[in-house]
Write a protein that binds this ligand. Structure first.
Ligand code: FAD
Length: 505
């Protein structure tokens, strides 16, 4: 076994720049020469990095939106709303819906507003901000269940269950999102065993548009369950959710080099086929030097020989945010920046072999370095779910489209999600590899039209591969593409009209 591991790591390193190549010269004929030039290079690099940090700070700390309008993480489509109301008490929410019905106002429900398609606001409507509605209502460590109000974030849940040796089953890669928002989009993350969020939701309470509170589970008001999970707040306000939990565990993190054409087999055999691998995330290079060919995968393998109590102190800070921000900005700004960023990122992960991490820490990954506030521009996500066996074919076609379209693709991560036959608008209509693509774009009308056209070409390839796309992001796909991908759409519309006949929730 150790033999095997060594070979894998060596294979990985062979494709990378040799770290020793940057060591100071030991040439006895020129004592100190290597040291002097090495420190000069380091000093110059430090000055350059500092200047870049300051520039990045100035450029990305500039909000470009009118503070009297509302928008979401995308900063697209800002609109004026009637008002934003903080959700605090059940009675208050019931009254608010009563008022909306009387005045014929639309109500939208908002968590952290990290969705990117204007899901959380309607023009002239009331925005119900659920983030203050965030208490833990009950917890049963023996049964491994927790009931939390919908505005609680994953961080709130993690902080609460962590002392009991428990962890979340399924959530996004980061812990900044609300439970209500995550249920409403049926989120997924790095876990490869527990499927999308729907499988870890036991029940929830829903305040419907007519002011009635319903207990919804697989046995009570069961017909609503698969509509609300992934229902984007269209069936009412989720008040609280009962979630099933997993054990916190100790994982050994390893990173292995792979390639697009080999990835389906690699994933089936090495990742899904290894019973102890619990989570995974892979990355595809967007660097021009190996555009959409080179990959590496990071695996989290359970190691029961290690004691949880020695590794489970929660990480509470993000380190190196500013340098990461600057490097990511280079990735945004030029082809050489992309080549540099890929080489550094791959090298960084290859050097973190065998790092030990608890499940709770693995599920609270960095997010601050991605925050980006450049005026008139933004980084926008799109996500495509491709059946595992179709991965390489899809990426080949994606490469062709991207080479023809003038789009600034910053990053592709690849995760896995089990088939979900329960949610009506299920994106995992098969066992899927999920490709999360981050594009940097101008927010101008012209750039958005170009991006939309490019995305629609990509969606055509997604459809050709038997895949789907994710709905929390900007609505670039056409209505026809939406109907082709989401075959449950007509049932969904009928059900929605039945449940919200008066106001638009
Ligand atoms: C940087 C970034 C990383 C991301 N990573 C992932 C990832 O790893 N995996 C993944 O699956 N997704 C990911 N996403 C998408 C993200 O999970 C969704 O946008 C999610 O909705 C965000 O949660 P939120 O609290 O911001 O919800 P919001 O954006 O506020 O709301 C999302 C939807 O839920 C509805 N809603 C919110 N609260 C309630 C409620 N109490 N009752 C009824 N409806 C409600 C809203 O109306 C809206 O339709 C990512 C997004 C970003 C920007």
């Amino acid at each position: 076994m150790p033999e095997e591991k060594k070979t894998r790591n060596e294979n990985f390193k062979s494709g990378l720049p040799d770290p020793d190549a940057r060591a100071p010269s030991n040439d006895p004929a020129s004592p100190g020469k290597g040291f002097v030039s090495g420190s000069a290079v380091r000093a110059a690099a430090f000055v350059l990095l500092t200047v870049l940090c300051i520039l990045a700070y100035i450029r990305t700390g500039t909000p470009d939106q009118d503070p009297f309008l509302i928008t979401d993480y995308s900063r697209l489509h800002p609109v004026k709303v009637e008002r934003v109301v903080e959700g605090r008490e059940e009675e208050q929410l019931v009254k608010l819906l009563e008022e909306a019905r009387a005045k014929k106002l639309s109500v939208s429900v908002a968590g952290q507003r990290h969705s990117q398609g204007g899901h959380t606001f309607y023009k002239d409507g009331i925005v119900l901000d659920m983030t203050p509605f965030n208490r833990v209502l009950s917890f049963d460590p023996g049964a491994r269940t927790i009931r939390v109000q919908a505005g609680a974030t994953w961080k709130d849940v993690q902080d609460f269950v962590h002392p009991y040796g428990l962890a979340v089953k399924t959530m996004q890669s980061q812990n900044i999102f609300t439970v209500g928002g995550s249920v409403s989009i049926n989120a997924h993350g790095r876990d490869i065993r527990n499927g999308s969020m729907i499988s870890s939701v036991e029940s929830f309470r829903l305040l419907t548009a007519d002011g009635v509170i319903k207990e919804v589970s697989r046995t009570e008001n069961a017909d609503l369950f698969p509509y609300v999970l992934g229902g984007y707040g269209l069936f009412g306000v989720i008040l609280d959710v009962t979630l099933t939990l997993a054990e916190d565990e100790v994982y050994r993190m390893t990173t292995e080099a792979t390639r697009v054409e080999a990835f389906s087999t690699y994933f089936k055999e090495r990742v899904k086929g290894s019973p102890d691998v619990r989570m995974s995330i892979a990355r595809i290079s967007v660097a021009p030097e190996h555009f959409l060919t080179d990959m590496y995968a990071t695996l989290y393998t359970a190691d029961p020989s290690l004691k949880l109590s020695e590794y489970n102190r929660l990480v509470t800070r993000e380190y190196g945010v500013l340098p990461s921000k600057v490097l990511f900005h280079l990735n945004r700004s030029s082809d050489w920046g992309k080549n540099l960023f890929w080489a550094l990122q791959k090298n960084y992960f290859s050097n973190r072999q065998d790092e030990i991490v608890s499940r709770n820490n693995a599920m609270r990954s960095e997010s601050a370095f991605m925050e980006y506030r450049e005026a008139g521009k933004n980084d926008l996500l799109q996500e495509y779910f491709i059946p595992v066996g179709e991965f390489a074919g899809f990426v080949d076609r994606l490469r062709s489209v991207l080479l023809e379209e003038d789009l600034n693709l910053l990053n592709i991560t690849v995760r896995y999600v089990n088939r979900d036959e329960e949610a009506v608008l299920s994106y995992a209509q098969d066992d899927m590899l999920a490709l999360v693509c981050l594009f940097n774009t101008s927010l101008s009308e012209e750039a958005q039209t170009r991006l939309k056209a490019g995305i629609r070409r990509i969606i055509d390839e997604v459809i050709r591969s038997g895949g789907t796309y994710y709905l929390p992001y900007a609505a670039y796909p056409s209505v026809e593409q939406f109907r082709t991908v989401y075959r449950g759409t007509s049932n969904f519309s009928v059900k929605k009209t039945r449940w919200t006949p008066v106001i638009c929730l």
